[in-house]
Design a protein around this ligand. Structure first.
Ligand code: CAA
Length: 292
C-alpha cells in the first residue's frame, strides 16, 4: 500500500451518455452520488438523459426502486456539454468510443481541468489502461472501471490496474464500486481482454468458427449454452447484444497486442460488420430483429 490517503468520492463525472454511460450515471445517482454527465451536443445529451429516465422508469415499474428514489436519482444528475463542469469532480469515468485517440483527447483535457486528487477512470473493454494513462500527468490516478450492459442489472464491476495505478487509487475505486453495490473483480496486469473478455472473446469467436465449420446451427449453439450451462443468452445472442462492431474491435485489439490466433476474428464477423450488421442495435446481426 502506498502512503497516500484514500480520496473520498462525492461528485462523479461521466463522459458520454450512451448505453454504457447512461447506465453508469444511473447506478451512481441511485447510490447517492452527485453526477455530472457530458455529451458532445445538446441533441446527444437529450437522448442520453432520455435513456436514463427510461431505465429509471423501468426500474420503478419493476419495483426495483420507489417513486422518491426515482425523483432523487434524477435530481442528482446534471447534464452538460462543457468539460469545465468536471472541475469539481472527485472521480470521472470515461465511456466514449473505443478509440485510443478519442480517449487520449478526453484524458488530456480532464487532466487539465480536474482537481489533482481526482481519479480518472475508463470504462474501456479492451484498450490498455497504461496506454490511456500516458496522455495524463497523473498515471497513478488512472484506472479501469469496466461495467457490463445493462449496467443497472449486471452485478459486476471489473477494476483494471494500469502499470502505474497506485494502491490508494485502487482502494478508492473499490470502495466506490462497493457503494454502487457491485461485486468487484480485479485485473491486476492490464492484460489484453482483462478478465471477462480474456474468456468471452475466444468463446464467441470459437462459436463463429464452429458455425462456419458446420458443427451445429446457430440456434443449437445458443440452446446448448443456455440449457446445458445455464447462461442467460447463448453466444450468438450475446454477441448480437454486445454489438458485432464492439466484438470485432475487442478481438482486433487483443490480436494486435498478442498475435494469438485465438483472438483472430473469423472473416464472417468482419464481413457482417462491413455490411452494417452490428447486432440488435442495427436491427440485424446473427439474428434478424426487424420482425420482432
Ligand atoms: N433497472 C433495474 N432493474 C431492472 C431494469 C432497470 N432498468 N431492467 C430490468 N431490471 C431487472 C428486472 O426487474 C429483472 O429483475 P428480477 O430478475 O428480479 O425480476 C432483471 O433485471 C432482468 O430483467 P428482464 O426481465 O427485463 O430481462 P431478462 O430476464 O430477459 O434478462 C438480461 C435480460 C439481463 C439482459 C439477460 O438476458 C442477461 O443477463 N443477458 C446477458 C447479459 C450480459 O452478459 N451482459 C454483459 C455483456 S458484455 C459487456 O457488457 C462488456 C463487454 O466488455 C463486452
Amino acid at each position: 500500500m502506498d502512503n497516500q490517503s484514500i480520496p473520498q468520492i462525492q461528485t462523479v463525472g461521466v463522459i458520454g451518455c450512451g448505453l454504457m454511460g447512461s447506465g453508469i450515471v444511473e447506478v451512481c445517482a441511485r447510490a447517492g452520488f452527485q453526477v455530472v454527465v457530458s455529451e458532445v451536443s445538446q441533441e446527444a445529451l437529450h437522448a442520453g438523459l432520455g435513456r436514463l429516465r427510461q431505465s429509471l422508469d423501468k426500474g420503478l415499474a419493476r419495483g426495483k426502486l420507489g417513486q422518491a428514489e426515482h425523483a432523487e436519482a434524477l435530481d442528482r444528475v446534471r447534464g452538460t456539454t462543457d468539460f469545465e463542469d468536471f472541475a469539481a469532480c472527485d472521480l470521472v469515468i470515461e465511456a466514449v468510443l473505443e478509440n485510443l485517440d478519442a480517449k487520449h483527447q478526453v484524458f488530456r483535457r480532464l487532466d487539465e481541468i480536474c482537481p489533482w486528487h481526482c481519479i480518472l477512470a475508463s470504462n474501456t473493454s479492451s484498450i490498455s489502461i497504461t496506454k490511456i494513462a500516458a496522455a495524463t500527468d497523473r498515471p497513478d490516478k488512472v484506472i479501469g472501471a469496466h461495467f457490463f450492459n445493462p449496467v443497472p442489472v449486471m452485478p459486476l464491476l471489473e477494476i483494471v490496474r494500469g502499470l502505474q495505478t497506485t494502491d490508494s487509487t485502487y482502494q478508492a475505486l473499490r470502495a466506490f464500486g462497493e457503494r454502487l453495490d457491485k461485486r468487484i473483480v480485479v485485473a491486476q496486469k492490464d492484460n489484453p481482454g482483462f478478465i471477462v473478455n480474456l474468456l468471452f472473446v475466444p468463446y464467441g469467436l470459437d462459436a463463429i468458427r464452429g458455425l462456419e465449420q458446420g458443427v451445429a446451427s446457430m440456434e443449437d449453439f445458443d440452446t446448448a449454452m443456455k440449457l446445458g450451462m445455464n447462461h442467460p443468452m447463448g453466444p450468438f445472442e450475446l454477441m448480437d447484444f454486445v454489438g458485432l462492431d464492439t466484438m470485432l474491435f475487442i478481438a482486433d485489439a487483443m490480436y494486435e497486442e498478442t498475435k494469438d490466433p485465438r483472438y483472430a476474428a473469423p472473416p464472417r464477423l468482419r464481413q457482417m460488420v462491413s455490411a452494417g450488421m452490428m447486432g440488435r442495435k442495427s436491427g440485424r446481426g446473427f439474428y434478424d430483429y426487424r420482425k420482432t
